[in-house]
Ligand binder design. Structure first.
Ligand code: HEC
Length: 293
């Protein structure tokens, strides 16, 4: 096996091992970052919805109460405000969603889908848990969801969600008396569920991975090429030249020229030693020839 072949086999083997290791580590880092980004945007969305709820309770509701309207104004309801704001947001980000899903909702649009109902049931049977998150498949790819239980801790909620007889007439006129009543104090009646797509981040992570691995491969290829040129220039070519001369001398061609290999490296010193040996050999042969005449 030639020196160049051996060298290249080792180079290829180390390159493959290096690429695999770098690929594995970078893929894990990129995946972790992508998940963290998705998680952050889900938390942001949930935080946004909670802020709208708080703003409605703190600032809008007191103002609207002053209107003393005969009609029920859903704008005073934090659940309504949050879902309207997110609804507007969804025009530009359709895959992002926030829902105050309830098993028995006042507004039928808030009725829990099957997977949301499972989450609510889970919170009902795990009263100590404050948050549940996970991944789920949607029509547009996988999505991350974060959910928090909605527990009735304030007896005032039951004015509108307890006994229908006690509920404001204007509200009943708008929403009817069949839905969204009969909630109990300390009962988990629903869950806030945000869902954000993972596909965008996953695609970005995949793109970054390909660019990183592609550049790494290009660097390895350039280094391999340069090493091959250096190997040829400084090792294999001079060694082949020395071997060729040694072969010529050993077959008795006395008039072989001296090697012209400079440099202070090991090959240069081998060439100088070789030239010296050739001179000594020539002298010895000359002496032998003279003594024989
Ligand atoms: C003034 C009456 C009123 C009070 C008080 C009230 N709500 Fe509501 N709530 C409503 C109405 C009306 C809706 C439906 C809004 C809509 O159209 O989306 C609603 C919707 C909700 C929803 C969304 C699910 C559904 O039923 O459509 C949740 C969750 C909710 N309310 C929880 C609460 C909690 C918790 C409290 C107490 C802190 C509370 N509500 C107090 C009237 C009220």
């Amino acid at each position: 096996m030639s020196l160049r072949l051996k060298f290249n086999l080792i180079l290829i083997a180390t390159t493959v091992v290096g690429l695999l290791a770098a690929g594995l580590v970078s893929w894990q880092i990129l995946q972790r970052d992508a998940r963290a980004t998705v998680q952050r945007s889900a938390e942001m969305l949930l935080g946004g919805a909670l802020s709208v709820r708080k703003y409605t309770v703190d600032e809008i509701r007191p103002l609207l109460r002053q209107l003393d309207s005969a009609e029920f104004l859903p704008q005073t309801v934090p659940a309504y405000a949050a879902s309207q704001v997110i609804h507007n947001l969804q025009r530009n980000y359709p895959e992002y969603s926030y829902k105050e899903a309830a098993l028995n909702p006042t507004n039928p649009a808030n009725r829990a889908a099957d997977w949301e109902a499972d989450i609510i049931e889970w919170f009902r049977s795990h009263p100590d848990d404050k948050e549940l998150s996970g991944e789920r498949a949607t029509a547009t790819g996988s999505a991350l969801y974060i959910s928090r239980p909605i527990r009735i801790t304030n007896p005032k909620c039951l004015t509108c969600h307890g006994d229908p007889a006690a509920a404001p007439a204007a509200m009943k006129a708008r929403y009817g008396t069949t839905n969204g009543f009969g909630w109990k104090l300390n009962e988990v009646i629903g869950a806030q569920v945000v869902s954000v797509p993972q596909t965008v981040q996953e695609a970005a992570a995949w793109r970054q991975f390909l660019v990183f691995m592609g550049s790494l491969l290009a660097i390895f290829l350039v280094v391999g090429l340069v090493l091959n040129i250096l190997l040829y220039r400084f090792v294999t070519r001079p060694v082949a030249l020395i071997a060729e001369r040694a072969e010529a001398i050993s077959t008795g061609s006395g008039s072989v020229e001296e090697l012209d290999i400079g440099g202070n490296d090991e090959i240069g010193s081998l060439a100088r030693s070789f030239n010296r040996m050739q001179r000594s050999l020539n002298n010895a042969v000359k002496l032998l020839n003279e003594s024989m005449q």
